[in-house]
Design a protein around this ligand. Structure first.
Ligand code: TGC
Ligand code: FAD
Length: 389
């Protein structure tokens, strides 16, 4: 795919040599290793596990963290990694978002030195896989209501409850689990695979993110050492801070899906002929659709770039991240739907990547805060009035 077709405002010129190098190397990785196999994995409902070690070696996990073997990239380069991975498939970007933003980040930011030494290098290299358990069957948009409990008993915590819709739940060697303690404060805990009382089970027959593993987690008197508490967590706020990392990655990632859908539709419209042997691209309605898609993608690129600058300066506010997640996912989903329309009947075939991206984006619209939750977060920021209840 020619990147120039989706770089209308020449954002490439704003990138540093390092940022461009990172983007181009991930683009090559995706072209060589992901695009040839992803459809098969999607149809089979399997995550391409063979890519985990390679992505670890290439430094994609926790790439914007410093030390412990992490690449220490800036947030623009990190965003470009997400964009290129999601150009392959949202499931691949999800894997990397969760591993870096939702597992390595909380251990790195709220963990003890021992926890960091034990887990961050293994997660960085892909030798260990992590998952993040916040959502519960009855508490999705409102995690504050969670029922999972962690009761202190001597040198241990006893966990009881369940988590729903957890990416990589059955694959994970370590789960970052958020639970309410006796003082009613939510704290984070590390629960290792195989701990008695900890179970997991995958969702099957998904119509979206089929090349990603999504699971339920169960805790039935699951006893973990007190040293598995993330010591710097003391409220839901710490869990929400992790979401900022993942939402930022999503804002960049979905531009990859939009790029591939736009380019597929553009090319198709130039080749497909209807009426008087003219390509459908010669009709004003089709041109309007292409113009709309590219304009919205370009606006999303500018938003993400500026957000990346703010994040690098330590000034990105959660509501700014919400604006980018909300806008960019909606843009990508609309782009995928219009691209599917332009391809006509062929748009439903797996010969083209469009429907797969469209179906994936339905999940991305919902996870990491639904589109409407981000509307309410922005509403609160604008008016000072929370409208959640
Ligand atoms: P609220 O009273 O507003 O906030 C509690 C405290 O947290 C602070 N805060 C944040 N801090 C950092 N970053 C954020 N994004 C923050 N949002 C809020 C807030 O200032 C307050 O601090 P303090 O000092 O006053 O105590 O809390 P609330 O319970 O009313 O909830 C607010 C709400 C609705 C915005 C929040 O619950 C929310 O974001 N809900 C959406 C849930 C969500 O996004 N879940 C995602 C689960 S993980 C996932 O989906 C992974 S997808 C994986 C993949 O990529 O595959
Ligand atoms: P609900 O909260 O029940 O919302 C349903 C609808 O009601 C939405 O349209 C919502 O916007 C609307 N709504 C809710 N409250 C309000 C309100 N106050 N005002 C107006 N409208 C409202 N979670 C994790 O913890 N870890 C993961 O790794 C993870 N991975 C996921 C992977 C996939 C594939 C999916 C689909 C989800 C994943 N999730 C994960 C869960 C995800 O974060 C939740 O699905 C999401 O937060 C929404 O919760 P819910 O599905 O319970 O929907």
């Amino acid at each position: 795919m020619s990147a120039s077709n989706t770089d209308f405002m020449k954002l490439d010129e704003l990138l540093t040599d390092e940022e461009r190098l990172v983007r181009d190397s991930v683009r090559e990785f995706v072209d060589k290793n992901v695009l040839p196999i992803i459809e098969e994995h999607y149809q089979a409902g399997q995550f391409p596990m063979q890519l985990v070690g390679i992505m670890g070696e290439l430094g994609y996990f926790g790439a914007n963290l410093e030390g412990y073997g992490c690449a220490g990239l800036n947030n623009i380069a990190y965003g470009l990694i997400m964009q290129e991975l999601e150009r392959g498939d949202s499931g691949l970007r999800s894997f990397v978002s969760v591993q870096g933003g939702l597992v390595m980040y909380p251990i790195y930011s709220f963990g003890s030195e021992e926890q960091k030494d034990q887990w961050v290098p293994r997660l960085q290299s892909g030798k260990a896989i992590g998952c993040f358990g916040l959502t519960e069957p009855d508490f999705g948009s409102n995690p504050a209501g969670m029922r999972t409990r962690a009761r202190r008993e001597g040198d241990c915590y006893l966990l009881n409850g369940s988590k729903a819709w957890i990416t990589n739940g059955t694959l994970a060697d370590v789960a970052v689990v958020w639970a309410k303690c006796d003082d009613e404060k939510v704290r984070g805990f590390l629960v290792e695979k195989g701990t008695p009382g900890f179970g997991s089970r995958d969702y099957h027959n998904k119509h979206s993110l089929r090349a990603s593993v999504t699971s339920e987690l169960f805790f039935d008197n699951c006893r973990i050492p007190a040293s598995n508490l993330l010591p710097k967590t003391e409220g839901l706020k710490n869990a929400l801070m992790c979401l900022n990392q993942a939402r930022y990655g999503i804002a960049w990632g979905v531009m990859g899906s939009a790029m591939v859908c736009f380019e597929t539709a553009r090319r198709w419209s130039l080749e497909r002929k209807q009426f008087a042997d003219k390509p459908i691209a010669s009709h004003q309605i089709v041109q309007q659709k292409l113009a709309h898609m590219l304009t919205e993608l370009t606006k999303a690129q500018l938003l993400s770039y500026r957000l990346g600058q703010l994040k690098d300066a330590g000034k990105a506010r959660p509501e700014q991240i919400s604006m980018a997640k909300r806008n960019n996912v909606a843009m990508a989903l609309e782009t995928a739907r219009i691209a599917r329309d332009i391809l006509g009947a062929n748009g439903i075939l797996s010969d083209y990547p469009v429907f797969r991206h469209m179906a994936n984006l339905e999940s991305v619209y919902t996870y990491e805060g639904t589109h409407d939750m981000h509307t309410l977060i922005l509403g609160q920021s604008i008016t000072g009035i929370p409208a959640f209840e």
